[in-house]
Ligand binder design. Sequence first.
Ligand code: NAD
Length: 256
Amino acid sequence: MLQGKTALVTGSTSGIGLGIAKALAQQGASIVLNGFGDVEGPKAEVAKAGVRVGYHGADMGQPGEIEAMMLYAAREFGRVDILVNNAGIQHVSRIESFPPERWDAIIAINLSSAFHATRLALPAMLSANWGRIINIASVHGLVASAEKSAYVAAKHGIVGLTKVTALENATSGVTCNAICPGWVLTPLVQKQVEARAAAKGVDNTEATRQLLGEKEPSMQFTTPEELGQLAVFFCSPAGNNVRGVAWNMDGGWAAQ
Ligand code: NAD
């Protein structure tokens, strides 16, 4: 379905981004990966779909590096047809003890990076009259939790940015939507499981049960594979007129 298209997925060396990159590759899209840590492993996993895979190591907190990444993608792949703004970090602390530099980093990486990548991707999408911008927000883009001020602010912000991007391009073939996962067992959440286990003096299984039990009625993690399939739907012809939605896959979290 996506042969001839190129998808750039930020923060795709791990977790949700990697799951989405694999799902888009399975539909035939060429993939540009981004993110830190091991690169060769994720590249090989995505390449199993038989598509071309590139990589750029831009730090998504740095606008100049985001520009270099978009130039790389245009030079090597011709155009970015599908942009998935996924890179994100977390810090858990009450506001009065929240380190200001962590606040700045979360706003830069989880929110401003999407603005920069979007503004740089839009001109080519508009001249082709086809594009998909998919912002990985969170159920925390719709509701809040204590001790996540920067994350919740950034995620509410990206849901707003999604709506504006959708509206500004509503008469074109470029759509913009957000995906709002509940708990997904990635390294970002594994850290929170381990912190809870240490704080409560319980093992990781019990900490996981408590984590899900507090917020997620299904008592199940959403998987990167399931999120990948939602991204595929947004890229399909059936998604042509889906614009500005914030679609949660959260086991009922926000329904409460
Ligand atoms: P993860 O830690 O597994 O992956 C994060 C990815 O972002 C990695 O590839 C990492 O290298 C990359 N990254 C981090 N900082 C970066 C930077 N400055 N520049 C470039 N890349 C950077 O996390 P994940 O759980 O897969 O999270 C992905 C996205 O999904 C985030 O935006 C997160 O907020 C969102 N999300 C996660 C959950 C969850 O439960 N895991 C739930 C809702 C939303």
